[in-house]
Design a protein around this ligand. Sequence first.
Ligand SMILES: [Zn+2]
Length: 124
Amino acid sequence: VALARGLRKRCPHCGRGPLFERWGRHLDRCSSCGLIYERNPGDTWFFTIIGDRIPVALAVLAIYFGVARSHRWWGVAAFVVMVALLVWTAPNRWGVGIALHYVSRVKSADPDDPVPPPEPGLSK
Ligand SMILES: [Zn+2]
């Protein structure tokens, strides 16, 4: 549930508050439930690497070893489309990164971590 909310660029805790105020800049906390998205600067770094850099690397490798060799202009076109797609979906993937970070915080149940009380009907 939390990951789907992150993918829709919504708060992973309540699903109501937006994650981003504009493209590429996430808010400090949820305007609806008060969840702090990134407790310490850089907390979501590891999850951003998973969600962001690995797909980019795979796309680059796929193009490098695949299409561009046999069909040069198809390779260029595929590259342009893929870059546009990656840029377009970046906030969604960052949202998933924030949601993964949120899930890890809920699972670790740190008493110092200001995660709001669970919402009714939220399944992890
Ligand atoms: Zn919220």
